[in-house]
Ligand binder design. Structure first.
Ligand code: KG4
Ligand code: ZN
Length: 424
């Protein structure tokens, strides 16, 4: 089965193509092609992601990115493309224009060279991020996926085929993305890393900080039929958001996470420590929830005091503070993760989300997993941030869901989706 993944929830426009199969009861996957176009530089002028700009850029970039993706894919998959007749193609284009053009002007403005769409690739499913994320940005991805499904479904050459559209929860994407091996090349089959249940996921991104208990659905349909429940979450800011806000206070560009991490690393190398002790928020709260806005405010006060005292923020001072901030985040996350492992009796730990690019955190989680002697699955470095591989994989794994009307949902929740699925 071949799945096209589409991710447009924030400031990365990403497309990927994967092939999946079941062998001896195991789910296997190979990457055919994957591309990401980052808009981060554009948004950095605004100090964060600007939704209208994100929507415009996704609209402009999706079609050219698809053209490149299909070009790359040719090198890997024994795709036997078939042609759609000109009249069928024109009919379908008119149909999608009528339905989508008025709300997707940038997307349709990019439809200048669409002839390559007449050669239909061998695709069974189109998996699209439906939420959580920025709704205007999500809608472009949904429209684009539905447009492709309309154009590529129905008569093609001598055959006729339906392309199924699958809604994907972005956070589920971050979970399953960590099940891909890091050292497997494009085109090579891999088995997903095995999950032992109950498993525990810690999701740390720009919009979320969540602890998720994962169980295997008892009806045992296929090797991976995951059941999620959120057992802890942030009450205010997400970890990535805290990194970004602290970066801004220290005069670093957006997205700030990597920059704060770099300063903290330099502080360690140079033996710089901060005289300021930042709080470890909710570390003793007894529950599995987080709060990062107080930590950010503590940094704000420290910055104000330092500026008042010296008139500026010295480089060494910034490095020391970044180190202390990272240490506070690390201690908080490790404490809560430890508590959750105990509570759930977790047999596998999965970490996902952009913040796991941070090396200090990676090492801390590795040490914790070793202490518990539990396998730890981290995403490989090229898919820590938002990407479409994880979306395609989540869509491909989805055995239960059938085609339904997609709707962008900015605050879509993992377990809410499950309740919805069960009611269908
Ligand atoms: O998962 P992601 O790419 O997008 C969302 O779904 O939000 O996560 C983005 C977040 C940003 O807040 C970014 O600053 C943070 O991940 N991030 C990092 C690092 N790289 C990215 N935070 C800390 N250290 C890093 N190296
Ligand atoms: Zn993400």
């Amino acid at each position: 089965m071949i799945t096209l993944g589409i991710e447009t929830s924030c400031d990365e426009t990403a497309l990927s193509l994967i092939e999946t199969r079941e062998r001896d009861g195991f789910f296997e996957c190979r990457i055919i092609a994957s591309l990401i176009h980052s808009q981060a530089e554009l948004h950095s002028n605004f100090g964060g992601v600007y939704p209208a700009l994100a929507k415009r850029e996704h609209g402009r970039n999706l079609l050219p990115l698809l053209m490149r993706l299909l070009e790359q894919a040719k090198e890997v998959y024994g795709n036997k493309p078939v042609h759609i007749s000109d009249s069928d193609f024109d009919n379908r284009m008119n149909q999608v224009k009528e339905k989508y053009a008025s709300r997707n002007t940038d997307l349709f403005a990019s439809f200048t060279d669409t002839d390559f769409l007449k050669i239909v690739p061998e695709i069974d499913k189109i998996a699209i991020t439906e939420g959580p994320g920025l709704e205007p940005a999500l809608w472009v991805g949904i429209s684009f996926g539905e447009i492709l499904a309309t154009i590529w479904s129905g008569p093609r050459g001598q055959t006729s085929r339906e392309v199924q559209v699958i809604p994907v929860n972005h956070m589920e994407g971050h979970i399953v993305g960590s099940l891909l091996s890091s050292d497997v090349e494009i085109g090579v089959w891999q088995r997903l890393k095995p999950i032992h249940f109950p498993a525990l996921a810690l999701l740390i991104s720009g919009g979320h900080t969540e602890l998720v208990k994962i169980e295997n659905n008892s009806n045992n349909k296929g090797p991976l039929d995951l059941n999620y429940s959120i057992i802890g979450q942030t009450k205010d800011d997400a970890v990535g958001e805290a990194f970004d806000k602290v970066a801004r206070l220290l005069g670093l560009p957006y997205p700030g996470g990597p920059h704060v991490g770099k300063l903290a690393k330099e502080a360690k190398e140079q033996g710089l420590v901060s005289l300021i002790k930042l709080p470890r928020p909710m570390i003793n709260s007894g529950d599995l929830n987080f709060s990062f806005s107080g930590l950010k405010t503590a940094v704000l006060y420290a910055v104000r005091d330092e500026e008042k005292k010296n008139g500026y923020l010295g480089d060494d001072w910034k490095k020391g503070l970044a180190r202390e901030f990272e240490q506070s985040v690390k201690e908080t996350l490790v404490t809560k993760l430890r508590q959750a492992i105990d509570e759930v009796d977790a047999k596998t730990i999965i970490i996902g989300g952009g913040v796991i690019a941070n090396n200090t955190l990676r090492q801390a989680f590795e040490a914790l997993a070793q202490e518990y002697n539990v396998p730890l699955y981290l995403p490989s470095s090229h898919i820590t941030g938002d990407n479409a591989l994880m979306i395609a994989l989540a869509g491909a794994l989805d055995n239960n869901k059938h085609e339904r009307k997609l709707k962008a949902d900015g605050t879509k929740r993992l377990n809410a989706e499950l309740l919805l699925d069960k009611s269908r």
